[in-house]
Every structure is written in C-alpha cells, then in structure tokens.
Design a protein around this ligand. Structure first.
Ligand code: ADP
Ligand code: MG
Length: 368
C-alpha cells in the first residue's frame, strides 16, 4: 500500500525553478505518468520523490509519511533510469541480486526473488550474460528486473523506453502496462512522449516550466484540455488553433466563431455556455480528426462547412492528412482515405463543432 503526495513542493537551483509549487496526490496502485517537453521538470519531480534531490520547499509523503529527510534506501521505492545504469562487469543475475546482497538478504531468498522476476520478464536464458551481450530491449528488462526484486511500494521509471527503436518501444509499452497489473503497485512513469502517456497512464500530469498544467485521465485530457498548452501537447497531429472573434448572427441568437476567413456556427448547448464572451476575441481549437472532408462526413456530426485551399496531402493508408490553408493559416485535417484532392485545389470540409474548443487568448484557459 503506497500513495504519494506532493504538497506545495518547490525545487530551485539558483535562478532555475525546476519544480514550481507542485501539489499532486497519487493513489495507491495508480499508474501515474509525468509528461511534458524536455526540461519541464519531470525527472526532477521524480528524483525529489526518490530522495536523489533535496526538496527546497514543501512536503513529499509516501504512504502518509513525510519523507523529506528520509534517505533514498529507506523510502521503499525502486527506480529504473533512462540509461539503465547496469554494472557492466556483472552478470544479469548479479546485477539483479546486487541490491539485495547489500541488504544482507539471505542467499536462498535472493535466488528465488531473482528467478521469479526473471521468469516474469522472460529473461531466464540471459541470467549468465554480461550487459554488453544484451540488446537494448533486454537491458531494459534487466533494469526493470533489478527494481522488481526489491519488491518496492512505488516504482519510478524515468524514460525507460527512450533508448529503444520504435517497434520495440510499442511492444515494451504493453509489457510495462501488464507488469503494473501483475505487481499491483504504484507506478510513476516519466516520458516526453504523449503517446506513451496516453496509452499507459491511469492519470497523466502535464508539466510545463516546472508548473503542473493539468492532471487527469487520458480521455479527459484529450476531450477536455483545460488550457492551450495541454490541448496542443496531447494528441498527434496537434490540435489546430485559430484566432477568432465570437459574434452573434444578426438578430438571431446564433453564435458564430469568426476567424475573418471562415464563420462557423457554435452548437446550441455550447453557445449558451460561452454567449457571455460575445464580441470578444478567443482562440478557437479543433482537432484534425474533427475536420472531415464534406464528401465523407460521418452521420450525426454537427457540421459547419469550411472551404479551404489544399497545400499538401499525405496518404497514411487508413487516412489522409490534408494541410489546408485558410486566411493564410495552415491547419491539418485527418480525412477519409477515399477523399480525392490534390495540392492547389480547394476542398469543402465539415467541422465537427460538437468537439470544438474555445480558449481565452490572454490566460489561455479553456472557456467551454
Ligand atoms: P526533464 O526531465 O523534464 O527534461 P529536468 O527535471 O531534468 O527536466 O530539468 C528541469 C530543469 O532543471 C531544467 O531547466 C534543467 O536544466 C534544470 N536542472 C536539472 N538538474 C539541474 C542541476 N543539477 N542543476 C541546475 N539545474 C538543473
Ligand atoms: Mg528527464
């Protein structure tokens, strides 16, 4: 049983504020992912919990115990590093056994723990090898195995897949998810890759410049991003953003998103929520998959028409990415692969306004 709490935590190095007033609670057995661009403070946030960095201000708790001054070895956690940090002169077996030997765990017990972990990870045949005789994926599993044998309450993993090729990353991602289910312990996983975050996490904490931007389930972050940063960071290709004004249509109660180049009607329920911003400038956000080719618009879409110039098309097999131009601004649409259109032509799109996003241009916070 181990939950984790950060309460108003800061980490500063002189002028650098790597962690800025972080308050975050992680549930027992949860799979939490810290995600954000390079340098946003993910590793530091993890290392504060591991006890590898000193906390400048605030409180960190594991299982409701304040651990600010508890040495790393007494925190009941294990960490897997990006570099794996295996001992090159030791066999896989000895790498996995090393931490237990230091703790004077009886030989018999070490042996059964190492073999049990090796079995779980499918690395029994590798136990006698040295790290240099292993592939990247095998090294990664040894590093995880070394953490498992310690039977920690909390697993910390810092970009453990970044040294693997794309195909192996996808496979290993699923293995780590499975491992989390089997071990039924708390996992905290750091990555800069939003797809890893989306596929593995129970909840995702999105960080930017040391500040927690939003923490929620993958689907809530995707469907209801709280600000422009999260909206743009989660999802690939990214959400399209347009500067626009909210205007009322003549003397009707229709509310329109007006970019200058296009005018799109806001559906009734959303219009009621944002009518108070009428006349104001906003940022209009729409995901590429909510821009359909008019000829292949799925039934049930609350569609607003948009005609645009086609700049580039990319056939992905199951879909086509169209880089459209509207009012001099490029946007991306993910359309049905049967769509026939060439660069230089124009195309009619339908925007699924049920999934539109509206942000305040000053605070960048979501208004709907
Ligand atoms: P991430 O893991 O998200 O890439 P880090 O947590 O490693 O980011 O770093 C966050 C910020 O703290 C960066 O600006 C980085 O340069 C800075 N930083 C990290 N470690 C140190 C250190 N030991 N001394 C000074 N600045 C550091
Ligand atoms: Mg890092």
């Amino acid at each position: 049983m181990a939950n984790v709490s950060y309460e108003h935590v800061f980490k500063r190095w002189g002028e650098v504020v790597a962690v800025n007033d972080l308050t975050l609670h992680i549930e027992d057995k949860e799979f939490m992912v810290y995600v954000g661009p390079s340098g946003c403070g993910k590793s530091t946030t993890l290392r504060l919990l591991a006890g590898l960095e000193e906390i400048t201000e605030g409180t960190v708790k594991i299982s409701d115990r304040v651990v600010n001054d508890v040495p790393p070895k007494d925190r009941d956690i294990a960490m897997v590093f990006q570099s794996y940090a295996l001992y090159p002169h030791m066999s896989v077996y000895d790498n996995m056994a090393f931490g237990l030997k230091l703790r004077k765990v009886p030989k018999q017990e070490i042996d059964s723990k190492v073999k049990e972990a090796a079995e779980l990870l499918g690395i029994i045949p590798l136990l006698d090898r040295k790290p240099k005789a292993l592939s990247g994926g095998q090294r990664q599993r040894v590093a995880v195995g070394r953490a498992i044998v310690r039977n920690p309450q909390v697993f910390l993993l810092d970009e453990p897949l970044s040294n693997l090729d794309a195909k192996l990353r996808v496979e290993t991602r699923a293995n780590i998810s499975r491992l989390h289910q089997q071990l039924a312990t708390t996992f905290i996983y750091v990555t800069h890759d939003q797809i890893e975050a989306m596929t593995m996490a129970d909840r995702i904490a999105v960080l930017k410049d040391g500040v927690l931007m939003q923490v929620d389930t993958p689907s809530t972050l995707y469907d209801h991003p709280g600000n422009v940063f999260v909206a743009g960071f989660i999802g690939s290709p990214s959400m399209n953003f347009f500067d626009a004004t909210l205007v009322e249509q003549g003397d009707t109660d229709k509310l329109i998103v007006d970019s200058g180049a296009f005018r799109l009607e806001v559906p009734g329920d959303k219009a009621d929520q944002i009518r108070k911003y009428q006349g104001k400038e906003v940022i209009f956000g729409i995901r590429p998959e909510d821009i359909h080719a008019a000829a292949f618009t799925p039934p049930g879409v609350i569609a607003a028409p948009l005609n645009a110039d086609v700049d580039v098309t990319e056939l992905m097999g199951n879909e086509i990415f169209i880089y459209g131009l509207s009012g001099g601004k490029t946007f991306i649409a993910r359309v049905d692969p049967r769509t026939r259109v060439a660069p230089g032509e124009t195309i009619d799109f339908n925007i699924n306004m049920a999934n539109m996003h509206i942000f305040d241009p000053t605070t960048e916070i979501a208004l709907v």
